[in-house]
Design a protein around this ligand. Structure first.
Ligand code: ADP
Length: 314
């Protein structure tokens, strides 16, 4: 009991979950639900310590598709109390095309309900205020209008100032931004609002010109982020937590890469869950590397619990 009380806490992930349509045999489509911040919430929930809750903050419509998405989210154990319902809007949608083993994507998201997720500052403040850990991404920022970005970031800066862990994955997707200079400036503003950054080196090298993982760490440190874990695919993860020694955690072996979707998201969610459980950053990253390796050995963004490594609390 005392143990449970000590461990109780909550994590809030903020962003867009979309309907996913995947082409299967015979021209049929299989429906699913995914999105970077939801995937992260899903894996955080799977590995969260006893007593921890994981909530998702987004906006959906009042239509049947939105109802089904909410039921799906509830079914995963992720909380929906902070999901707004907006009359006349619907969830975004994307389709995965598979051609000779190569995946490509089409999106219908330009008028999705989630673009309005930060329109109500009071709602944001209440949700963020009730969380111990808040997670958001560069995709969250990319879908918002400029004034909504500012509303969200000012609430996150407030959370950072009150000592909460604010976690940002830049997840840089240039096609979501119409202006590269605004993309870079907004990603940097997101980083300034964060206490823990979870970038992927590939993206940072491409869009910020970082020559090494070390330069990514130094660039974000200079923006005031205390803790950084740079993901680098099969090269593993480099951790710089505060002024502690820089550590490299190797990736876990993968017998056969089936689908790399959600490698980064599953790493993020399981890493945050294990930090919440009190693991050291190195322990949490080693565990998350095993989860990510198992996820890329299976199809789909949301891999079932049974196919993943055991968490210490199970
Ligand atoms: P993202 O999906 O955000 O681009 P990465 O590709 O860096 O992120 O992958 C996230 C994590 O997934 C890595 O830190 C690593 O633990 C694991 N991972 C990714 N690719 C591989 C791989 N080929 N072999 C083993 N682990 C991998």
């Amino acid at each position: 009991m005392a143990e449970e009380e000590r461990m109780a806490g909550s994590m809030l992930s903020i962003g867009e979950c979309m309907v996913e349509l995947m082409q299967v045999e015979g021209g049929m489509l299989r429906k699913g639900y995914a999105g970077d911040t939801f995937n992260t919430a899903y894996y955080a929930r799977l590995f969260a310590p006893a007593g921890w809750t994981v909530e998702y903050l987004t906006a959906v419509g009042t239509d049947v598709v939105s109802d089904e998405m909410l039921s799906f989210i509830e079914g995963t154990g992720v909380g929906t109390a902070h999901i707004a319902r907006i009359e006349g809007r619907m969830p975004g949608l994307y389709m995965i095309h598979l051609k000779e083993g190569e995946r490509s994507f089409s999106y219908w998201r330009s008028t999705s309900a989630a673009k309005l997720l930060a329109d109500d500052p009071d709602r944001l403040r209440t949700a963020i205020g009730s969380a111990d850990v808040v997670f958001f991404s560069g995709i969250t920022l990319a879908i918002l209008a400029a004034d909504a970005v500012e509303t969200l970031l000012s609430e996150l800066r407030r959370a950072k100032a009150t000592g909460k862990r604010v976690v940002f994955d830049p997840n840089i997707r240039p096609r979501l931004w119409d202006d590269v200079a605004r993309m870079r400036a907004t990603i940097e503003a997101g980083a300034r609002a964060a206490t823990l950054l979870l970038p992927s080196f590939d993206d940072e090298a491409t869009h910020f010109g970082d020559a090494s993982v070390g330069s990514t760490i130094e660039r974000y440190h200079a923006l005031g982020v205390a803790d950084i874990a740079v993901k680098d695919g099969a090269n593993g993860v480099t951790l710089q937590f505060g002024g502690e020694e820089r550590l490299h955690i190797p990736a876990a072996p993968v017998a056969r890469i089936v689908d790399t979707t959600s490698a980064g998201d599953s790493f993020n969610g399981s890493f945050l869950a294990r930090l919440a459980a009190g693991d050291s950053p190195a322990e949490a990253a080693a565990f998350a590397a095993h989860v990510a390796a198992a996820v890329i050995g299976h199809h789909g963004a949301l891999v079932e619990r049974e196919k993943l490594p055991g968490g210490p609390d199970r």
